[in-house]
Ligand binder design. Structure first.
Ligand code: CU
Length: 144
């Protein structure tokens, strides 16, 4: 297993180089991560994509289209109602978190699902008091 990773690490620069060469001359191939638009409102999370590939970087553009402050958390799996748990503990459990998004504001998050999340179902959630219970959650899927 260790040997395999070593092999992959050695190969990686060449693969990147190959991909870079493949892009020369092309105009339609924009480089950089794919943008995922996430709309937050009362009380809904609506991401433009919910199926992700591990190891690929995604650019989340999270916009609060509601009237009150929201947050965007990526939890490793559906955690259900966690009311009563300290926010700091939730942040520790989260794969990623963007706090304090004001109405009308857009915040950016670049995130790469690690290989360990393959075949899992993480959950997007807002854990401000009452929001999760009101429906601010969305299931995501990570491919193998
Ligand atoms: Cu919220």
């Amino acid at each position: 297993m260790k040997q395999l990773w070593k092999c992959f690490a050695l190969l990686l620069p060449f693969l990147v180089l190959l991909a870079a060469c493949g892009n020369t001359g092309g105009t339609s191939n924009s480089s950089g991560p794919q943008t995922i638009n996430v709309n937050l409102s009362e009380f809904k999370i609506d991401a433009s994509l919910t199926t992700f590939t591990p190891g690929k970087t995604y650019h989340f553009a999270i916009t609060n289209r509601g009237q009150t402050v929201h947050e965007f958390m990526i939890m490793p799996k559906a955690e259900g109602n966690m009311s009563g748990m300290a926010m700091g503990n939730m942040d520790k459990m989260a794969l990623a978190a963007v706090d304090n998004i004001s109405p009308g504001e857009t915040k950016m998050l670049d995130y790469t699902f690690p290989a360990s999340t393959a075949n899992s179902q993480p959950e997007f959630a807002c854990y401000l008091p009452g929001h999760y219970e009101a429906g601010m959650k969305q299931e995501a899927h990570i491919t193998s």
